[in-house]
Design a protein around this ligand. Structure first.
Ligand SMILES: [Fe+2]
Length: 191
């Protein structure tokens, strides 16, 4: 079983950026629940499985991706706050970090182990992609609607939809990690 302590070990530096203790605990609870429901029993799996099945990941793991997206979204927020004398919208950092950590949690339900060290799309994943399953799980654990928006709308499901600003930041950080891989794999990335 993957425990709260395992998740705190995996995402400790990011979790420590969430000031609201109850929110931090809920983020961990959602992860523990997602791992149990998805059949993931060893936290090392999260450090090993690819972060997407849509393109070749070149070894970038689920956990690395989640950290990169969370830190990337935070970096975008801090850059705007530093550069702009008056930012015309407020960015909630607790919401941003919690949403960054949880944006892909539904992948732990969308993917399953293939029994040979890799993973494949699960039946649950065929029924609902990770933005949907992750949003449902977060709602069940009482995460605020705005964090449900980040999870539900960070990918194509959110195109053209109302979004909190933190969703926009997580989306941009997410695609900054994804698009170059797709381009590398189809020969469009100039290296
Ligand atoms: Fe992602």
């Amino acid at each position: 079983m993957i425990s709260a302590a395992d998740i705190e070990g995996l995402f400790g530096p990011q979790l420590s950026r969430i000031r609201d203790e109850a929110l931090r605990r809920k983020v961990v609870d959602v992860y523990v629940d997602a791992c149990a429901r998805g059949g993931w029993h060893d936290v090392e799996d999260l450090r090993r499985i690819p972060f997407t099945l849509l393109t070749k990941c070149h070894g970038v793991s689920y956990a690395e991706h989640v950290v990169a997206v969370t830190e990337g979204a935070l970096g975008l927020a801090e850059a705007m706050e530093r550069a702009c004398r008056r930012l015309p919208f407020a960015i909630d950092h607790d919401r941003l970090v919690a949403g960054g950590l949880l944006h892909d949690v539904g992948k732990l339900l969308e993917f399953e182990s293939d029994g040979a060290g890799g993973c494949r799309k699960s039946r649950a994943g065929r029924c609902a992609r990770h933005p949907i399953s992750g949003a449902i799980l977060a709602g069940r654990h009482g995460l605020p609607d705005e964090i449900v928006n980040i999870i539900a709308c960070h990918a194509k499901e959110g195109d053209g939809r109302p979004q909190v600003v933190e969703t926009v930041l997580v989306h941009q950080a997410d695609f900054a990690t994804f698009d170059p891989l797709v381009m590398k794999n189809d020969g469009r990335l100039i290296e």
